[in-house]
Unconditional design. Sequence first.
Length: 349
Amino acid sequence: MRKKLISTLLCVSMMAFALTGCGNTGTSDDNAGSSTGSTATEAPKDDADTSDTATSGDLIKVGIINNDPNESGYRTANVNDLKKHFTEDNGYSAQFAYSNKNEEQIASAKKFIQDGVKYLLLSAADTSGWDSVLKEAQTAGTQVILFDRTIEADESLYVASIVSDMEKEGETAVEWLKNQNLDKYEIIHIQGVMGSAAQKGRSGALDAAVKSEGWKMVSQQTAEWSADKAQQIVQSAIDSKESFNVIYAENDDMAKGAVAALDNAGISHGVGKDVIIMGFDCNKWALEELKAKNWNYDGQCNPFQASYIDDVIKKLEKGEEIEEKTIILDEKGFDAETITQEDIDANGI
C-alpha cells in the first residue's frame, strides 16, 4: 500500500511539473483600445510560478505599468520597445498592465508588489496619488523605476526616473511659435489626458505665453490623446464662426484629428496657409506631413526607453549606485521649413 501511494504521488508531481512548463502565453488586451483606458494585464510565460522560475533560472522579475498601447503612435512604440526588451532571453520575467486611469494603475501596482516583483517599472497616468503604493513597494523590497513620465512623490520612494523633459518640450514649441512673429495669435489648444506629465508640461508653457504675450486662447479642451475627440473640438470652433490661426495639439494623433476638421471645412493649413499646425511625438507620418508643409511644427518625445531602464537595473544588480537619479532623454523640435528626409529616418517613430 505504501509503495502504491508513493508511486501515485510521483505521478501527480510529474504531471504538475509538465503543466507548469506550458504556462499562460495569452494576453488580456481586450480593453486596451479604450481611449480612457481600462486595465489590461499581460501574464508572462509561466505566470503562476514566476517567482520560482526567476529564482531557479536567474530571471529578474519585473512588473511594468504603462498607459493604453493604442493611446497614440508614441505609446505603441514605447510599449513595443519594452515588450521586445524585457524577455526571458534578456534575463527577465515580465508582467504588463495597461491603463490611462490612475486608480487602475495603482491597483495593478499593488498586485505586482504582492506577486513579489523585484522591480516595478512605472509610467504613471497621473502625477499625483502614488505615495502610498510606493511606500508599500519600499516595505516589500520592490524597487521602483519611473519611465516616460514624472510623478509628485518623494525621491526616496524610487531609485531612478528615466523621462522626457515635458516642460522643455512645451517651452521649445512655444519659443518656436513666438518666433513666427504672427500679426495675431488666436489659438485652439487641444490637451492630452489631464494631469499627465505630458499634458502639464506642454500646457504649462503655452498657458504662460498666452498670459505674458497677450495671445488669445480661442478654445482649450482635452481630447485625451484621441484624434476623433480633437476633430470634434475643432469642428465646434469652426461651427461657432470663431477666428483662429494656430492649432496647438499635444500629440500627433490629436493634430491629425484637428486637420481632418479643417479639411472637411475647406480651411487651408501648413506653411503659408490659414492655420499653423503643431503636434508632438514625431510619428514618421507626422514628420512626412511637415516635409510636405501641411503641418508646421512637431516636438520630439523619445519612446525608446527600455535600454535606459535595463542599464539602471544592471547597475542595481551589481550593487552600484545610480549617480543620476533623473535621466533626461535628448529631444528637439522640427520645423517644416528645415526638416529633411534624414531627420525623418533618424527620428520618426
